[in-house]
Design a binder for this molecule. Structure first.
Ligand SMILES: Nc1ncnc2c1ncn2[C@@H]1O[C@H](COP(=O)(O)OP(=O)(O)OP(=O)(O)O)[C@@H](O)[C@H]1O
Length: 657
């Protein structure tokens, strides 16, 4: 089965992924906990329905006893029905529906109390959802009464129910407004929680680095921003749509049943036909939506890439090519989008005609009853309304299929991303070995064979060496020989291969990568990076800037709290000197420098190394210049064909001269 076939389906994997992402906000995931979670949710619904009944009963009975005449005019029979229910065994069901969930929630309180906020918001939201559905039922009755009064020219009843109609809206407005507000609020809280969880996973165990090398996971940025936002929003929307549908189904099937039984049967047949038809026509949409999300993200990334590399592109005058490349990505977006709207069109042929017939079907079935005088005029409108309500409840898949398929695509993207972060994303072949890592006070490699992460190429074979404190090692070799890769292995970024690596804790080492890295932040943040919480006085910062020949920098850029786009404002050499300033402030035991002075003139380079040599720091450097020999005792030469040699600095200098 191909990957896109897998994405095309509503299946168990999709459900498991959905639960794995959605559930932890509400209930911890482990073992069979998703069954517990779903049961708790169902119990909450039952509890709220019973609770709402109690509230309505109290309000109705007390209104009836205070204003019996008005109440019986507006809601004939309501108080009697409630009293009948209270006096029947039905009351036991209601009491049980209130008690059982309370007991179960009490038993599971350990897992629920820390998550009280989402559950409280959800309870309010569900109560409001019940109220909105209840309002719809009330409106259907009130409209029926005043339309019948209209047809019968019964003025008094007409005005009375028109007034009731208006009052229902007055009560309904805040309910509907708050229903939407609480839904958004819960959506935001959930997004907040889920985004932070994904960010934590993304930054732990260097998952962001491994994912950047993982060809399956495109555009993690979009997954964390857009995909999570639409996930939380749409999940809540679906929950409420499903719940609303169930309530409507129960309430309006009752209404419909009292008007016409055949209509209920026609309805069930019609809805089943619609659902099956929609799934058959629409199932391709999930895969197409998945591709659409990816293409949109690729297109946006194309533009971000141009922004990040604006100067290089401008020097090369690469506009034409960049524009073609970006437009090509946009063409891909549109190509898939055209397929998407083609399938949406096919689906809509079906759903639109399906929806048109909703108006005709009840009229066909109910009108003869009106002509024979079996039902009143208002019942026709009420039947149509109830029919369309129940039908849309039963046709959930028909009406929601497009958004459901987009949602499924989003769930797959997030699920895949989460799997990659948790399993730590390295695409390792079966039986692949890794280099052992041991923490000690010195740096040493014992019989290390280092391979590229995908195990396609051996970079260096059976390498053993020792870098004692104060000694210093210079790694040389032609371009592509594996010098930077060896540093990556020391840092623990790469570990494909065999052998043993001994090194101090990472806190005692500082790596300066080949391309100086400038963070988004102030000059002070820049200097303190990556240990931003240290308290270092401004005079100390100035002292260090003097040492790296950047004494005038604070004045030039507007002080230590200036925020600039540092990687464009500073020259490459200035960025390298700033990186050295970090080194001087951190004073690590080992400094690992990957051509960290390549953009500097010889004098500046020598001065920087000199500054550090006076401290306690030992160097491991990669570089091509023989001038660096003065600061290192040993030289490791990689020949680019898995071989290596260790020489003293003097031997290497003699060989080069
Ligand atoms: N993420 C990666 N996956 C697979 N191979 C890689 C990856 N990164 C680099 N390589 C390959 O590993 C080899 C060694 O790369 P490395 O960056 O260590 O070279 P280097 O000796 O530092 O070169 P230079 O002096 O040009 O910086 C190269 O052939 C490179 O193409």
């Amino acid at each position: 089965m191909t990957r896109s076939d897998q994405l095309n389906r509503f299946d168990r994997q999709l459900w498991n992924r959905f639960i794995a992402i959605a559930q932890p906000y509400w209930y911890p995931t482990s073992g069979r906990s998703s069954a517990t979670f779903l049961i708790l949710l169902a119990l909450l619904l039952m509890f709220l329905a019973a609770f709402l009944f109690v509230v309505i009963a109290i309000v109705s009975l007390s209104s009836q006893s205070i204003f019996p005449k008005i109440f019986n005019n507006i809601a004939p029979g309501l108080a009697q029905n409630i009293t009948k229910l209270i006096n029947s065994p039905g009351i036991l069901v209601i009491v049980a529906t209130l008690l059982a969930p309370s007991i179960v929630f009490f038993i599971y309180r350990g897992n629920l109390i820390p998550r009280w906020r989402p559950w409280a918001l959800l309870s309010i939201l569900l109560l409001l959802a019940f109220s909105v559905s209840g309002l719809n039922v009330i409106i259907s009755y009130v409209a029926r009464f005043f339309q019948t009064a209209l047809a019968q020219k019964d003025q008094a009843t007409y005005w009375r129910f028109l007034f009731v109609y208006a009052s229902v809206f007055v009560v309904g407005t805040p309910i509907v407004v708050y229903y939407n507000y609480v839904r958004e609020k819960l959506g935001v809280n959930w997004r907040d929680w889920l985004t932070n969880r994904f960010l934590d996973d993304y930054f732990s165990d260097r998952a962001y680095y491994d994912i950047s090398n993982n060809s399956k996971i495109d555009n993690p940025d979009q997954r964390i921003t857009e995909d999570i936002r639409s996930f939380t929003r749409t999940s809540l929307d679906f929950l409420l749509i499903i719940l609303g549908s169930i309530i409507d189904l129960i309430a309006f099937t009752g209404v419909l049943w009292t008007i016409s039984l055949p209509l209920v049967l026609v309805l069930i047949f019609y809805a089943t036909f619609g659902t099956v038809g929609t799934i058959l026509i629409g199932k391709r949409l999930i895969g197409i939506n998945f591709t659409q999300l990816r293409r949109e993200a690729d297109f946006r990334y194309g533009l971000v890439h141009v922004r990040d590399n604006a100067e290089s592109i401008a020097f090369y005058r690469g506009e034409d090519q960049e524009s073609v490349a970006v437009k090509q990505r946009f063409i891909e977006v549109l190509r898939n989008f055209n397929i998407l709207i083609g399938w949406q069109r096919n689906l809509r042929f079906f759903t639109t005609s399906y929806n048109y017939f909703v108006v005709i079907v009840p009229a066909l079935v109910v009108a003869p009853k009106y002509f024979t005088g079996e039902i009143d005029f208002g019942a026709i409108t009420q039947a149509s309304f109830a029919f369309s309500q129940v039908l849309s409840a039963l046709s959930l898949i028909v009406t929601q299929f497009e958004s459901l398929s987009a949602f499924a695509a989003g769930v797959n993207r997030l699920g895949e991303f989460e799997d990659a972060m948790i399993t730590n994303a390295k695409e390792r072949p079966e039986g692949a070995t890794t280099i052992d890592m041991t923490i000690d006070s010195h740096l040493a490699l014992e019989h290390v064979t280092l391979e590229t992460p995908n195990y396609q190429k051996i970079l260096v074979k059976d390498l053993s060496l020792d870098v004692e404190p104060g000694e210093g090692l210079l790694i040389v070799g032609r371009s592509g020989a594996g010098k930077s890769s060896l540093l990556r292995a020391i840092a623990g970024l790469w570990n494909s291969g065999t052998g043993k690596l001994v090194r101090p804790k990472l806190e005692e080492m500082l790596f300066l990568p080949q391309r100086p890295y400038m963070i988004l932040g102030t000059l002070r943040d820049q200097l303190l990076y990556p240990f931003a919480s240290r308290e270092i006085s401004e005079s100390k910062l100035r002292e260090v800037l003097v040492k790296v020949n950047l004494a005038d920098l604070p004045e030039r850029v507007g002080g230590f709290d200036a925020q600039l786009d540092w990687s464009t404002v500073l020259s490459l050499g200035e960025q390298q000197r700033l990186a050295f300033a970090r080194l001087l402030l951190t004073e690590p035991n080992y400094a690992i420098l990957d051509e960290a002075t390549s953009a500097l003139d010889l004098r500046n380079e020598a001065e920087l190394y000199e500054q550090i040599r006076t401290g306690k720091t030992t160097f491991v450097s990669v570089g091509h210049r023989t001038s660096l020999l003065a600061f290192h005792k040993k030289v490791l030469e990689l020949d680019g064909a898995e071989g290596w040699r260790i020489l003293s600095a003097e031997e290497y200098a003699a060989q080069e001269s």
